[in-house]
Design a protein around this ligand. Structure first.
Ligand SMILES: NC(=O)c1ccc[n+]([C@@H]2O[C@H](COP(=O)([O-])OP(=O)(O)OC[C@H]3O[C@@H](n4cnc5c(N)ncnc54)[C@H](O)[C@@H]3O)[C@@H](O)[C@H]2O)c1
Length: 282
């Protein structure tokens, strides 16, 4: 019998996680707050599956079967039958804690409860539940169908069993896992990208080098696929600043404090590609 996954939050990440799991044979329930959000997610998934089919990575039948394995709903109770539940709602501590607490009360005793947070300590989220040993971080990357990494995060009380189930789930979707053994804010990946982006913005704001030259240095000097400032525009200046603030608040380490230029860009609404302007015009 197909294993069951529930994904809570049908935004960019939730719909991507639902898609790769459905492609891997999981029966997926995708939950969001409104039918509009679910319709947008369904369109995004169909369009992504269509592109894979056009490229020949999937047959039309496989794409249709994957799509058919996803059920969308606004009913949180639909998560009750799942073996693995992944939350991918807004990156807000209170919203995630409230959701995990509710889920903990309605899912199966044996189910694993995973969070796709990119920076919030798993231990802080798990503490909102009565079963912190089954809470684990599964940090996927955007766009989920394209990116090969899943960063698994062990909270202070996460059990070996929950970590193993999370690994098995992520690997079943074709991802390679790294394990964050000690639960620090930002984990490995968000800490690394935050430190690089902070320094890139400081070099830019103090006139040491242009945004283009800083990005060129990272692409041609280090072999990065994209420079840090172009990456920031793609992710969203506001999204990265918020992640940095979480890491800075938690770690009290000044190297994660968002630089002044970043704050002013967010105040002005120049938050990257989605607003038409960030470190570059779009
Ligand atoms: N965007 C990225 O590049 C990226 C990468 C890695 C991790 N993440 C993390 O993934 C999570 C989701 O990010 P995103 O970019 O997909 O956000 P998003 O804003 O695209 O989507 C969030 C969705 O959650 C829904 N939602 C909010 N509360 C809900 C609830 N109680 N039940 C069901 N749905 C609810 C919203 O309606 C929205 O559709 C965040 O924790 C984020 O930090 C994002």
């Amino acid at each position: 019998m197909a294993r069951k996954l529930a994904v809570i939050g049908a935004g960019l990440m939730g719909s991507g996680i639902a898609q790769v799991a459905a492609q891997a044979g999981w029966e997926v329930t995708l939950r969001d707050l409104t039918e509009d959000a679910l319709t947008r997610a369904r369109h995004g998934i169909e369009s992504s599956l269509g592109k894979f089919a056009a490229k020949g990575t999937l047959t039309d039948d496989e794409a249709a079967a994957a799509s058919g394995r996803i059920t969308t709903t606004t009913d949180l109770d639909a998560a009750a039958e799942a073996d693995v539940v992944v939350e991918a709602v807004f990156e807000r501590v209170d919203a995630k804690r409230e959701l995990l607490s509710t889920l903990d009360g309605l899912i199966k005793d044996s189910a694993v409860l995973a969070s796709n947070t990119s920076a919030i300590p798993i231990t802080l989220l798990a503490a909102a539940t009565g079963n912190p040993e089954r809470v684990v971080g599964t940090h996927f990357f955007s766009p989920v169908p394209m990116m090969g990494l899943c960063e698994l995060v062990r909270g202070h009380r996460t059990s070996d069993e929950a970590l193993a189930v999370a690994r098995e789930f992520a690997e079943s979707t074709g991802k390679t896992c790294i394990v964050v053994e000690r639960d620090v804010a930002g984990f490995v990946t968000s800490r690394l990208i935050s430190a690089l982006v902070v320094e890139a913005i400081k070099l830019h704001e103090s006139g040491v080098a242009t945004a283009e030259d800083i990005d060129t240095a990272c692409r041609l000097g280090f072999g990065h696929a994209m420079g840090p400032l172009a990456t920031t525009d793609l992710t969203g200046v506001d999204i990265l600043m918020h992640a940095m603030e979480n890491i800075y608040t938690e770690s009290r380490d000044a190297k994660f404090a968002p630089p002044e230029l970043m704050r002013r860009m967010v105040d002005a609404g120049d938050v990257g590609r989605k607003s038409g302007k960030g470190f570059y015009p779009y």
